[in-house]
Design a protein around this ligand. Structure first.
Ligand code: ADP
Length: 396
């Protein structure tokens, strides 16, 4: 039968006491079939600290009065070094009070020298090990709860801020139109109408994103529903929709973006999920535009070969601090240089999920104040029966 090995670090400067402990442990080992102890004995705190780096230890038996450290400070130093290890304090008959204080300060148990037997030592060690495990599990639960509370409060404040802005625009425009309907020119009314629609659209997008996120976080996997369609044609249609918005922004004197679509293939039937692809490309294109507040070029490149399609979206906007690139795909995360630019931090987590559901990858290369490039690679998942493009289930 394989015995579970428990490594004990015995920190005791009194050689006779140490020997006695080791003898008792050895004797009690005979009555424990499932456990085996391995005792490493040191006499000083400094040696104990070195030993902890050298060998795995499951429990520490600690005398608080050592040549190089006295009293509670011995415990404090060891706990700092090994915060996850259980410690059983060894004490004399006349300093039990100190041992109780040590338990209050984080030791898991104490043993009075001279009053120990094999049974009391082993029971105390197991008790200390289990108690420490529970303590760690409880700490981790509390930490998770704290993180959840923080996420919840950040989420509520982000959501109320992101919804309040467009709502204020809608209310103000509606109010003005009602109050000054006679004085306002038709052009001004048209402008206000457009603002109302745009703001309602923004609110709609936030709610849509939240719904996608909710589905994404549910235990059900995101459905993958591929169909045949012509990829360059789909991309061109999407770019044309963005171009209408950009033309409008340009006529309003807001930032002017030069959006270019480059494709090496004119027509290319693919078997992909249109809905997921739309999520990927609209989020990446709108980010490239949004994070280029001073205008500039946004290039959308499509590369296709027989195994995969690659979408590359490059802008010359604000860029992303390098240490934050990995975290952008986490829901609600926004980089530190986005002040003044609205957003929920949901788009890229939706993109990542839509990419992964299709077995693809996403990469980001970015330099602050130079620009960012997002590259999405999607493999073809072609079912031989559906290889025939005439089976296209949702033609454009
Ligand atoms: P949102 O844009 O709503 O904040 P996203 O999930 O789409 O949320 O993006 C997460 C973060 O990634 C953004 O807040 C921003 O910091 C960064 N980011 C995404 N795309 C770009 C880009 N093209 N240029 C600079 N930063 C970007």
């Amino acid at each position: 039968m394989n015995r579970e090995l428990i490594n004990i670090l015995l920190v005791e400067d009194n050689c006779r006491d140490a020997e006695l402990f080791q003898d008792i442990l050895e004797m009690s080992q005979e009555s424990h079939e499932s456990q085996a102890w391995n005792v490493t004995h040191v006499m000083r705190l400094a040696e104990a600290l070195v030993q902890l780096d050298r060998t795995p230890v499951q429990v520490i038996l600690l005398d608080l009065s050592l040549p190089d450290s006295q009293g509670l400070q011995t415990l404090v130093t060891l706990r700092e070094k090994a915060p996850t290890l259980p410690i059983v304090v060894l004490t004399g008959l006349n300093d039990e009070h100190l041992a109780i204080t040590a338990v209050r300060e984080g030791a898991q148990d104490y043993l009075v020298k001279g009053l120990v037997s094999g049974g009391t030592i082993t029971r105390s060690m197991f008790y200390a090990i289990e108690r420490k495990k529970n303590e760690i599990a409880m700490k981790s639960c509390l930490e998770q709860e704290r993180e959840l509370r923080e996420i919840k409060s950040r989420f509520i404040s982000m959501l109320s801020h992101e919804l309040r802005n467009p709502l204020t625009t809608i209310l103000a425009s509606a109010h003005l139109m009602e109050k000054l309907s006679k004085e306002l020119s038709e052009q001004k009314k048209g402008e206000m109408n457009r603002k109302i629609k745009e703001s309602a659209g923004r609110m709609n997008k936030i709610l849509d994103d939240l719904l996608v996120l909710w589905h994404q976080e549910s235990p059900e996997p995101t459905p993958f529903k591929p169909s045949w369609f012509d990829l360059p044609q789909f991309c061109q249609k999407l770019v044309a929709e963005f171009q209408i918005q950009l033309d409008h922004q340009c006529s309003q004197g807001t930032h002017s973006i030069h959006l270019i679509f480059v494709s090496r293939v004119k027509s290319y039937p693919v078997y992909l999920d249109l809905n997921l692809l739309e999520q990927i490309l609209t989020n990446l294109l709108s980010n490239a535009i949004k994070y280029s507040p001073n205008g500039g070029k946004v290039e959308f490149e499509l590369i296709a070969d027989s195994h995969q399609v690659i979408f590359r979206i490059q802008d010359s906007g604000i860029g992303i601090p390098p240490w934050e690139c990995d975290r952008l795909f986490t829901s609600f995360y926004r980089a530190s240089n986005t002040e003044g630019i609205s957003g929920t931090g949901l788009g890229l987590s939706i993109v990542k999920n839509a990419v992964e559901v299709q077995g693809g990858t996403i990469q980001v290369n970015s330099e602050v104040s130079i620009g960012s490039t997002f590259t999405v690679t999607l493999p073809f998942r072609v079912n031989s029966v559906l290889m025939d493009p005439s089976n296209c289930s949702r033609p454009l």
